[in-house]
Design a protein. Structure first.
Length: 395
């Protein structure tokens, strides 16, 4: 979401703190540039944002009964292994339970334990809820037969980081934090669509459909069959998440809990003040100017894992599935925000959070001292010389 002034220039990762309240802008502006709700000097957008011609949209975007999206998206699509998106070569699909610790592991954990402290600074999950029709968490849709729709780029769209390809809007779908495609609550409003036939993943920050006009912020189009290099979509390039990573690949949902195993790393977020200033490590390709943490703070892309000696029996069975994934695959710092974990909204999953018995508080017994930092590798500086160089996808 756009920031409301809590942590500077925060952007993505929807965070709904309390039912019925507007989500607390939990994310960094994916570009890390000067675009912010408190900054009237918007970044230059080389795309024409003044074209107000309505798009032709033959899909009924308000019919919540028509979404063809009843299965978990991380189910081995387009040649990937069961329970994963993209091939096994990608870092988020690789286990790290045997990877050496980083030399800074103790310092980073000590820093987090001492500084990530507030009423919301705990291992809460934004997503699980037993409320019928709840809007918590991130929604992931299947394209089905939806025809890709052109959109009008807004000031939340950055070039060349972001793509301009038409995006399928399946009938009855919704964006993050909303009941449909309209970004009424002014949150992150992530639109995430998996096109199984085309083997494409569309992830957009700040999507908004007003009547029949589709407005879009930063769009990242991912090829699910491509073996990406370590620089992913491009060095210094953002995506719909500030770290430049694919969101859907690290999301978890109730269908995975039902299956008894999560086979990928999890996405986690921190306030910008608790992230190392303008530094990122693999698998990230991007940081932001909003980060302001000291040298002991974790950088964007940092990967933490739950210690092997953590007593899993202290957790309920559903939470234990998540904890095992944290031991095997760890969690990757992907965005700026408040609640540590973000799970899938269960409106379009086969099982619900109530079915599997996982609630937002079920991992709050975890502490930073239960984690350790795996080898971070090269530290990259995100500064004025760190320019994204890529050709945006247009179709």
């Amino acid at each position: 979401m756009r920031h409301l002034g809590f942590f500077g220039l925060d952007k993505l990762a929807a965070v709904t703190m309390v039912a019925g309240l507007l989500a607390l802008c939990a994310c960094d502006d994916p570009s890390g540039k000067t675009n912010n709700v408190n900054n009237v000097n918007n970044v230059n957008n080389v795309n024409n944002v003044n074209n107000v011609n309505n798009i032709n949209n033959t899909n009924n975007v308000n019919n919540v009964n028509n979404v063809n999206n009843t299965n978990n998206v991380n189910n081995g699509l387009c040649g990937a292994a069961e329970g994963q998106l993209f091939s096994a070569d990608h870092p988020w699909n690789q286990r790290v339970d045997q990877v050496a610790l980083d030399a800074e592991s103790d310092d980073i954990i000590t820093y987090l334990e001492g500084n990530h402290a507030a009423a919301w600074a705990q291992f809460r999950i934004d997503g699980p809820s037993d409320e019928p029709g709840n809007l918590y968490g991130i929604t992931i849709l299947r394209a089905g037969q939806a025809t890709p729709q052109a959109f009008i780029p807004t000031d939340d769209h950055y070039s060349p980081d972001c793509d301009t390809s038409p995006v399928p809007l399946p009938a009855g779908g919704a964006i993050e934090g909303e009941s449909g495609y309209a970004c009424d609550n002014d949150g992150d409003c992530h639109l995430i669509v998996v096109d199984e036939a085309a083997c494409r993943l569309y992830e957009m920050w700040r999507a908004n459909v007003e009547e029949d006009t589709f407005f879009g912020g930063c769009l990242a189009v991912w090829d699910l069959t491509q073996v990406y290099t370590p620089s992913l979509r491009g060095e210094c390039c953002t995506s719909a998440d500030a770290a430049g990573l694919p969101i859907a690949a690290t999301m978890f949902g109730p269908d995975e809990i039902t299956a008894g195993e999560i086979r990928h790393a999890l996405r986690f977020i921190l306030p910008n003040a608790n992230m190392r200033e303008r530094i990122y490590v693999r698998p990230a390709t991007h940081s932001t100017q909003a980060t302001s943490g000291p040298a002991a703070a974790p950088p964007y892309g940092a990967r933490l894992r739950l210690r092997a000696d953590f007593d899993l029996e202290t957790l309920n069975p559903a939470a234990r599935v998540v904890a095992v994934a944290l031991q095997r695959y760890g969690m990757i710092l992907s965005d700026g925000g408040n609640l540590t974990f973000t799970a899938l909204n269960d409106r379009f999953t086969t099982n619900t959070w109530a079915d599997v018995g996982l609630g937002p508080q079920d991992l709050t017994s975890l502490a930073w001292t239960d984690f350790e930092v795996v080898e971070l590798g090269e530290r990259f500086t995100w500064d004025n010389s760190c320019n994204c160089e890529r050709t945006p996808l247009t179709n």
